[in-house]
Design a protein around this ligand. Structure first.
Ligand code: SF4
Length: 484
């Protein structure tokens, strides 16, 4: 019952007091549980817990209760199965990207956490252990298996080796330009090379989307390797929507073995937005637990299970950020969680509001987050006022001020005006301390990227990483053709 769930986050402080009184009672039952056997208490305790928490929180009994660290909002109600939200798709009115009829679970949780004595947790929730679903979290408090989360300060940023050309460029302090390239609905590598041509000579690296919008296309891994063979620096996007942790870790090893060095960790759009709305949304990990998983594989040389990896992957890790989606005051905390989890670079959602970005970066610098990760701000040209309105209405997390829409409306050539707005934004962003570069997203306007980069002076007087001289022989393609 959603009304009761919302009541619970509004009254999170009261519930925190009640639970603080209840928890010692649970812990006091430890000797009894040992005497009669915890297994015997499982069913009756799970039944009571299900009734109480189901009524108050719409709890679905994941068996690893995160209510107290999530402002008394139950993460199991997130349609994308995130444990660490909110995602970047929260609508302007605070409603959910995937289920617009309800408010975002994590936005409710953020508001609930503000009212609690313990406040918002700086720590990420670990991935669920699905074996515990349906079991009693209270019983684990009784037996002492559930340990309370103890807040710890942000650890010092580790000194990590340089593993990619993009990382090296960002470390040099050069204002960096990345762009997005969409994989084709084709198995022909020539189509990839054709799409690639327009970016040659104007970008440093290209993000290869991973079934963006939950629509099916050529895989991000395969296309990243094709880009490498063409002399381009790929940023492989990996979402948690379509694979479980076993498949994800296998793909990461495979990508690293094939030479991919930049990985952008994403939760992914909801399947309901894409061309296979009947597909299962896997969501075994989310962007933050994916970051933690890859960092563990890379730095500790271990799978999530603890099993050692013979040759750990060498990867430069990135994540996404949306400073323009609610809860605005919670976005910085989420950025901090991502850097704590291992993000070394960040690419943001579209920015159309320079002043809002300036204010956000002031807070980022005040927290010292700009020294822990390199921030590339998302920009792009809009073709018309109609497109701007459509983006605002249909693409979750995109915020476009009325002034931008009005400017496009009045323009005699809206496409040219859209490019001018983008160029002005890049020039403005270059002046904001802490911004390391821009990330251009120009679907159906890829040919405009070269003009925008040149006119904005984004590259200064340096050559981009991807330029004609970096063209590499298409060795694999040639060998594949030889075999067929
Ligand atoms: S907006 Fe995103 S994080 Fe929030 S409940 Fe919906 S899918 Fe989950």
């Amino acid at each position: 019952m959603r009304a009761v769930r919302y009541w619970s986050t509004r009254n999170s402080r009261l519930l925190e007091i009640v639970y603080s009184a209840f928890e010692p009672l649970l812990r006091g039952l430890g000797p009894l549980a040992r005497a009669v056997g915890a297994g015997r208490l499982e069913r009756p305790m799970a039944a009571v817990e299900r009734a109480v928490k189901g009524f108050l929180f719409d709890c679905r009994m994941c068996g690893q209760c995160a209510l107290s660290v999530n402002g008394m909002a139950c993460p199991t109600n997130c349609p994308k199965r995130l444990r660490n939200g909110p995602c970047g798709g929260v609508r302007a009115d605070g409603h959910c990207e995937a289920k617009p009829e309800m408010r975002c679970v994590f936005l409710e949780g953020w508001n609930g956490a503000q009212r609690m004595a313990r406040g918002p947790s700086p720590h990420a929730n670990p991935p669920l252990d699905h074996r515990l679903e349906g079991t009693s979290s209270w019983l684990r408090v009784v037996t002492g298996e559930a340990k309370p989360q103890v807040p710890a300060p942000m650890p010092a940023a580790p000194a990590l080796p340089v593993v990619s050309r993009l990382q090296e460029l960002l470390a040099s302090g050069a204002f960096t330009v990345t762009a997005e390239i969409a994989p084709p609905d084709s198995s022909d590598p020539e189509e990839v090379y054709r799409r690639l041509e327009v970016f040659n000579g104007c970008v440093d690296a290209l993000n290869v989307t991973d079934a963006s919008g939950a629509n099916c296309h050529m895989s991000s891994l395969a296309m990243s390797v094709l880009l490498l063979q063409a002399g381009c620096e790929p940023i492989m996007q990996m979402t948690c929507r379509d694979r479980n942790r076993i498949a994800i870790q296998g793909d990461i090893l495979g990508a690293a073995a094939l030479g991919v060095r930049n990985l952008l960790c994403l939760s992914g759009d909801a399947v309901s937005n894409g061309d296979h709305p009947g597909a299962r949304h896997v969501g075994d990990l989310d962007s933050i637990s994916l970051l933690g998983t890859v960092r563990r594989m890379r730095d500790d040389g271990r799978f999530l299970s603890g099993r050692p990896i013979e040759a750990p992957p060498r990867l430069f890790l990135g994540a996404a950020d949306n400073p323009f989606a609610p809860p605005f005051d919670g976005r910085l905390a989420r950025l901090a969680k991502k850097t704590r989890a291992g993000a070394q670079f960040i690419q943001t959602q579209y920015c159309f509001d320079l002043e809002a970005m300036r204010r956000y970066m002031e807070r980022v610098r005040a927290e010292g987050l700009d020294s822990r990760c390199q921030i590339l701000v998302g920009v792009g040209p809009i073709g018309s006022a109609k497109t701007a309105r459509w983006l605002r209405a249909h693409v979750p997390g995109v915020s476009i001020p009325d002034s931008v829409v009005a400017r496009l409306e009045k323009a005699s050539d809206p496409r040219a005006e859209g490019r001018r707005i983008c160029i002005e934004l890049i020039r403005g962003l270059r002046q904001i301390p802490g911004i390391a570069g821009v990330h251009l997203m120009a679907p159906k306007q890829e040919r405009a990227v070269a003009e925008i980069v040149a006119e904005s002076g984004a590259l200064g007087d340096r050559a981009p990483l991807f330029r004609p001289s970096s063209q590499a022989p298409r060795a694999l393609e040639a060998s594949m053709r030889g075999r067929s």
